[in-house]
Structures are given as C-alpha cells and as structure tokens.
Design a protein around this ligand. Structure first.
Ligand code: SAH
Ligand code: SF4
Ligand code: F3S
Length: 437
C-alpha cells in the first residue's frame, strides 16, 4: 500500500506541539506519513490557537491559501484541530464547505475514526468536553520516532480563569494525569533513549492538588529524577501562585532539574494583577524569584508579560518595567492585551489608544533585548554541558541545548549526537550561543 501524506501546521503553545506529535503517531497507524508539502498532502490539518484575537480569521486566511493546492479533482482531507476548533465547532463546517473535519481539544482519540470516515467523504465535527477522569484513559500517547528530548503531559486544562484568558474555555477543567501512568511513560522513554523530559501542562505546579491519591508536583519531580537515564528535567508552565516551598527545595537538591524556569508575571502592577485575577502580588512574585535564586543562584528566568491590559496606566506600566529590572529575565514573551470572547476582562472599559500600547510594548522589548544580551554575555568563556540533539546551523556543526535551555551550535562530529558534552561558549547571539568543544 502506498503511504498517504499528512501535512500539519501547528500554532500556539507547547500543548499544541505535543498534540500534533500525538496526531502524527496516531495517524501513522492509518498509513499516513508526515510531509512538508501541502500540495502533495492527502490530508491537511491546522492545529490552531485562539489565545489572542484574530485567531479565527487567521485560520480562514490560512485555509484559503492552502486550498489553492486542492485542485485536479484530487480529494484532500482538510481538518482543523486545537483551540479554534474547540471554540467554533460546527460553525467552522457551516462556514467552510470544503472543510471535512473539526476536532476539539478533548477528542483526539476520535481522530482515526474521523479520518476513516473522511476518506469515504463524511464530514464531522467533535468538540464534546470530557471533564472527568475518563479523559485520561482516552489520552493517546506518542510512539514512534525516537528522540532525545520529549514532552510528557502531566496535566490538562486550567481552572485559574485569569480574567483575560480563553484557555480554560477551550481546554476545559484541570485534570492531573495519574502519576503511575506518567512515570511508566517516562521509564519507557528512558529505555528508548530519551535523556531529557519536559513535564507539560497549563499550570504544572498545581499538579495533584485536586486529587487525594496523587502526589504533589514536587514529589512527582523527585520520582522522575529517580528514573535511570533521564539526565535532565524541565517543566512548563508554572503559575507563580503555586510555587511551593517543596518545589523551591527541588531546585536545591535535584541536579537533573534544569537551570531555567518559566515564571510568567504578566504585569508588575498590583492593581493590574488583581484585575487579571492572578492570585499573587508584585512582592510575593519577587519573593518567590528571590527564594528560587536563594537555593540556586545561577537559575535563569523566562516569563510572559501582557502590555496594555484594560486600565493599565503609565504608572502601572512603569511597575512592570521595574519588575523586569528586578528579575532580569533571560527571555521574555510579551504581548499586547487582546480581548477574548466570554472572558471577564473583555467587559472592562479599555480606552488606551492602540498606538500607546504599541509604544509600551516597544519600550519593553528594547529593555528585554538589553537584558538578554547582558545575561548571555555572562556565559562567554564559561563551560556549558550540552545535550547534543542534532546537526547544527552550519555544515560541520552539531547543536543542542545547555542547562539553561538555550541552543548551542558548535563544530563537532555527528557521532556526538545523543551525548552530553562540555562546550566552551565563545559567542552569544540573540537566540543562541556559539561554542567550541
Ligand atoms: N498557562 C500559561 C500560559 C497560557 S497562554 C500561564 O498561565 O502562564 C500564554 C500567554 O499568552 C500568557 O502567559 C499570556 O501572557 C498571553 N495571553 C493570554 N491571554 C492573552 C490575551 N487575552 N491577550 C494577550 N496575551 C494573552
Ligand atoms: Fe490562562 Fe491563567 Fe490558566 Fe494560564 S493560568 S492558562 S493565563 S487562565
Ligand atoms: Fe493557544 Fe490553546 Fe495553547 S489557545 S496557547 S493553543 S492552549
């Protein structure tokens, strides 16, 4: 039988990246292999994100573009998955006559059946939420392609309902995966040659809090650290309000735990944080940063900031700038606030002109570029342990990540792939390092 070709485009966060990997692995069983060419594909799937506005329009535009390939009367299955699919559901099928499948965030397990149907010309949309334990048993895991670094989902959904955020509406209630299942998966990955795991969820440090039978996130990390072969552990995303003493202690005594933590502050203003419903203050955030640094002085921080939240004054914005000066992030993801349907913040009056919001974003990004460059230059002429994951940017180079999560390219032989090596950093670029063995 000839292979069928699957073209996937993934938008949004790591949950979607991970779901796309799951989809590839599930559809391999139906004979689909990934392709980079939408023109050649038998099936096109957009795995979408709706965290900021214009998401639906972007999907329509992208599909319209991809559709130029659907010609010669050749039947191509067109599918939309992810958070826009969850949000729009049947409406997508109604609006787009050429669309075959809409697959919501809780329904991935139905995809093989849906694709078989679509091969026979059936159109179908599945977006039912499964907000109970049952979801975990339907959760497809990834097999196939061996790699050195892998995501491992520990929880799904979010219960925080930050006032600006659509995620709780499109990913549903928070559910922690059973620790037994997580550890079994990590053990299997270790046996398959995986050396780094990234524990994944919208709010990983609230792992297990809703369940009597599951351990805390800190205990889960300790159990993962006991698994032979796993030399590096990362996690994302953690909510500052749920950083516990127990978790801080992990950074003191688990050598495998990465030297970087993503800790989104969103704002440095108490007034704005309150209106966002984040559940922490500027001081308590900075206190957690200080305590993490207290046990691990070389820990680097990355974060997210929203600029121009409704009611953000010049003073509030200055507070964010001053928070950045205190924390000094190695990397920061910054966004202009975008109202999302159904969220609380979408009801708030928002009279700050767009130009002013853009000007604030610009100022913030300039400061961040300076911080990134200053922090990265501290690593010049120091040694970094790099997990070599593949070929580098230039011929003759290999590439991997150091403990702080940044890419390091250096001249070296392909035979190094899969091992940890010590590399001296000789140049710092905005997004990577150049090193030498
Ligand atoms: N669960 C994670 C991330 C969720 S979405 C967390 O709590 O940190 C990723 C980022 O998108 C958020 O951290 C936030 O900075 C940004 N974001 C979410 N909703 C947004 C909105 N309505 N407008 C602008 N940025 C938004
Ligand atoms: Fe959104 Fe807040 Fe949940 Fe993060 S914690 S996904 S920002 S609601
Ligand atoms: Fe986007 Fe959905 Fe992730 S809205 S950020 S893809 S959970």
């Amino acid at each position: 039988m000839l292979d069928k070709l699957l073209y996937i485009e993934t938008f949004g966060c790591q949950m979607n990246v991970n779901d796309s990997e799951r989809i590839v692995s599930m559809l391999a069983e139906l004979g689909y292999v990934p392709t980079n060419s939408p023109a050649a594909a038998d099936m096109i799937l957009l795995n979408t994100c709706s965290v900021r506005g214009g998401a639906e329009e972007k999907v329509y535009r992208r599909l319209a573009n991809l559709r130029i390939y659907k010609r010669d009367g050749k039947k191509q299955i067109i599918a939309v998955g992810g958070c826009v699919a969850q949000q729009e559901g049947d409406r997508l099928l109604e609006k787009l006559p050429y669309l075959d499948l809409v697959i919501g965030t809780h329904n991935l397990h139905l995809l093989p059946d849906m694709v078989r149907g679509a091969e026979r010309g059936e159109r179908r949309s599945e977006t039912t939420f499964i907000d109970n334990e049952e979801r975990l048993d339907l959760f497809p895991t990834i097999n196939g392609e061996s790699r050195l670094s892998r995501f491992v989902t520990v929880m799904q959904g979010c219960d925080n309902f930050c006032s600006y955020c659509i995620v709780p509406f499109v990913r549903g209630r928070e559910i922690s995966r059973r620790s037994g299942d997580i550890l079994a998966e990590v053990r299997q990955l270790a046996e398959d040659g995986v050396r780094e795991v990234i524990l994944l969820g919208q709010n990983v440090n609230s792992y297990g809090l809703k369940s009597d039978s599951e351990p805390s996130f800190a205990t889960l990390i300790r159990r993962v650290a006991e698994i032979e072969g796993i030399n590096r552990i990362r996690f994302t995303t953690s909510h500052p309000k749920d950083i516990s003493d127990e978790l801080i202690a992990c950074f003191a005594d688990i050598p495998q735990l990465s030297g970087q933590i993503h800790l989104p502050a969103q704002s440095g203003s108490d007034k704005v944080l309150k209106s966002m419903g984040r559940g922490y203050t500027r001081d308590s955030y900075l206190d957690k940063v200080a305590r993490l640094r207290g046990v691990r002085p070389d820990l680097v921080f990355t974060g997210d900031i929203i600029v121009g939240f409704p009611g953000e004054t010049e003073y509030d914005f200055e507070q964010t700038i001053s928070l950045m000066e205190s924390v000094r992030y190695i990397d920061l993801f910054s966004f202009v606030y975008s109202p999302r349907p159904g969220t609380k913040a979408a009801e708030l009056p928002d009279d700050l002109p767009k130009a002013e919001k853009m000007a604030r974003l610009d100022r913030l990004m300039q400061l961040q570029r300076r911080h990134t460059s200053e922090i990265c230059s501290r690593y010049l002429n120091t040694n970094m342990t790099v997990l070599v994951e593949g070929e580098g940017k230039l011929p003759g180079q290999v590439s991997g990540k150091g403990d702080i999560g940044r890419i390091v390219n250096f001249a070296g032989d392909r035979s190094l792939i899969g091992s940890f090596v010590d590399v001296r950093i000789i140049k710092a670029y905005p997004n990577s390092f150049l090193g030498e063995l």
